[in-house]
Ligand binder design. Structure first.
Ligand code: ATP
Ligand code: MG
Length: 585
């Protein structure tokens, strides 16, 4: 194919769009790949569509290579299958629900587990039919609370979703591994750098699950690299601190602690009163902070939950949300405190908490708050704290909850070892052993070798196709613009005509035809009345990795080759340029 800049439907922009939160978002708009249509939905312009199609083709090839078969479902679906699995209500406000003219309920599918399960149930009935893996590349709808950063979090987006069906757990393990391998190949070919992290399965309900996270500043996920592996922060398990003997610890004492509204001032106060601790000075990690939240379950029932964490860390809301799912967390407001007069805001101590306490508020503590650990904490009276309050001696908890923010140096059980680094990433793929949840809910059974009906076990596997386009842009750009990996570049060669003379135009037309002949697609910048400087800027912004400049030296039989990945441009004889470029790609 040849695309003439003089005709191509495209306007490049010099300015960063006001709402751009990520480099990929800004560059894809500025370089003329996308236009915003509505919140979280985008129109693909010709160049954008070429890039999307390239990405889609790589994904499809790798799915086919792995032996998965492509099908295609509608996005508009009746509610009944989603009611059978509970997701019609469970999905909450993220589900686009609508009605037809007869008043029947429909949804725009956010993901298709139900439909795939029913399809296999419709056609298959024996273990001999399994295993099978099916996939589709299809538009999904989610009314995301915070659509952001262009394609990274849309409300309408393209997903590749696959589903595996097996007779037993060993089969599922094999199917899962096949998908994992196919994903690695796919992302390698797409030029996406990624880490595979263990993940919390969240709304899908099931067991083993891993995410492919593309490290990027613009990412919304935080992952942890430890000595033993990588995991999403929601999946981290902190090693509990061992119990210690508390026989020799001093008795708990309540003290007036004026002007100690913050942890820092409290620690300072404590250390200026040396009788409060003899063995060493106090630090923020010796204070016990108790925070109360409101939890609402799917029936709408509300309860309070108090969480105790060392005062040197905050509660990580994403970890908390994942830990209490499907209950939903909200802050404990003034009116909630009013209902619990025993809770003194700012001075809540463990002795006022717990299912067996008068407040009857469940009290869960961080795994570092172990038997024998000694704390400074609220004394349940305004202006007072208690010192040397010992876990297991002076207070109890109803259990552990591991939702404090993770810090470098923390000791983990999952992934094992010390936390070395915390980084941000974009989830570009997700593989997941669903198990029998959907098969059970929708009664997908087959006959086994002994003629018995057994429930099928499933996996589900997603790739964010449109998100992947943004991830590639996020990971492959420089200050001048995009820089597509050659495997997914929308066009192979950007041919800039640097001059106004007719021989240059004729030469470019001829060269473009030769490049086409060699299987390479070309953009020709044949615009009249546009300066060479503007043409170069546009070429760099658009990001085609191979730029050929046909200019002054053409008369001497030379063109200039600019490789966006190389430091310097080189002059190449015109009769060698096609072969040279061919070698690059
Ligand atoms: P996230 O945590 O980012 O919301 P998710 O866990 O909801 O993702 P899945 O339901 O596993 O995602 O969907 C499979 C893949 O679809 C994700 O790995 C991601 O790449 C992509 N995806 C999910 N939500 C969006 C969205 N709103 N916009 C673009 N891509 C998305
Ligand atoms: Mg999501």
């Amino acid at each position: 194919m040849q695309y003439r800049m003089s005709e191509l439907f495209l306007r490049t922009l010099r300015e960063t769009p006001a709402d751009a939160e990520a480099a990929s978002h800004s560059l894809l708009i500025r370089a003329g790949y996308l236009r915003r249509a509505a919140a979280g939905s985008y129109t693909w312009l010709p160049l954008g569509l070429l890039a999307l199609n390239k990405v889609t083709a790589v994904i499809r090839e790798e799915m086919n290579r792995a032996g998965f078969q492509e099908v295609h479902f509608p996005a508009l679906l009746p509610k009944e299958p989603y009611e059978a699995t509970g997701r019609w209500s469970e999905y909450g406000p993220a589900l686009f629900r609508l009605q037809d003219r007869r008043g029947a309920d429909y949804l725009l599918a956010p993901t298709h587990e139900e439909m795939f399960t029913l399809l296999v149930k419709d056609l298959y009935s024996s273990y001999k039919d399994l295993p099978i893996s099916l996939y589709q590349i299809q538009t999904k709808y989610r009314d995301e609370a915070r659509p952001r950063a262009g394609l990274l979090r849309g409300r309408e987006f393209v997903m590749k979703d696959s589903y595996s069906f097996d007779i037993d757990d060993a089969g599922l393990e094999v199917s899962y591994q096949k998908h994992r391998d196919a994903y690695q190949r796919t992302f390698d070919r797409l030029g996406i750098k990624y880490v595979i992290v263990s993940a919390q399965s969240g709304a899908m309900g099931g067991s083993a699950s891993e995410e492919f996270l593309a490290p990027a500043q613009a990412g919304e996920d935080t992952f942890v690299l430890s000595e033993g592996g990588a995991a999403n922060v929601e999946a981290i398990v902190i090693a509990p601190t061992a119990a210690i003997n508390f026989d020799s610890l001093p008795a708990a004492q309540v003290h007036d602690t004026p002007s100690t509204a913050t942890i820092d001032t409290l620690v300072e106060f404590s250390n200026s009163n040396p009788e409060l601790r003899i063995d060493r000075s106090w630090s923020a990690a010796d204070t016990l902070k108790n925070v109360v939240f409101k939890l609402t379950n799917q029936q709408g029932d509300v309860r309070a939950l108090a969480i105790g964490v060392p005062g040197d860390r905050e509660i990580d809301m994403r970890r908390l949300e994942a830990a209490v799912y499907p209950e939903v967390v909200s802050p404990f407001a003034e009116e909630d405190f009013a209902k619990h007069p025993k809770l003194v805001k700012g001075y809540i101590g463990p002795q006022a908490l717990g299912l067996n306490s008068p407040s009857k508020i469940q009290y869960l503590v961080d795994p570092r708050i172990s038997v024998g650990s000694s704390w400074i904490t609220g004394a349940n009276a305004a202006g007072k704290h208690v010192f040397n309050l010992v876990m297991g001696r002076d207070f109890q908890a109803d259990g552990n909850i591991d939702v404090a923010e993770v810090q470098v140096g923390d000791n983990c059980l999952v992934p094992t070892g010390k936390v070395l680094e915390l980084a941000r990433g974009i989830e570009v793929g997700h593989i997941f052993q669903l198990g029998r949840k959907y098969a059970q809910a929708l009664d997908l059974k087959v006959l086994n070798e002994n003629g018995e009906q057994v429930t099928v076990t499933m996996g589900s596997y997603g790739i964010g196709v449109t998100r992947a386009v943004a991830v590639i842009a996020e990971q492959h750009h420089d200050e001048k613009g995009l820089r597509w990996p050659r495997s997914v570049t929308p066009v192979d060669v950007h041919l800039v005509i640097a001059g106004k003379d007719e021989p240059l135009f004729n030469g470019a037309t001829k060269l473009a035809a030769e490049l086409n002949q060699a299987g390479l697609s070309v953009i020709i910048d044949d615009r009249m009345g546009v300066s060479v400087g503007v043409k170069f800027n546009d070429a760099e912004l658009i990001g085609i990795p191979t730029i050929i400049v046909i200019g002054k030296k053409y008369a001497d039989g030379q063109v200039e080759l600019r490789d966006r990945f190389a430091e310097q441009s080189i002059d190449v004889p015109i009769d060698e340029i096609v072969a040279t470029v061919k070698q690059l790609s």
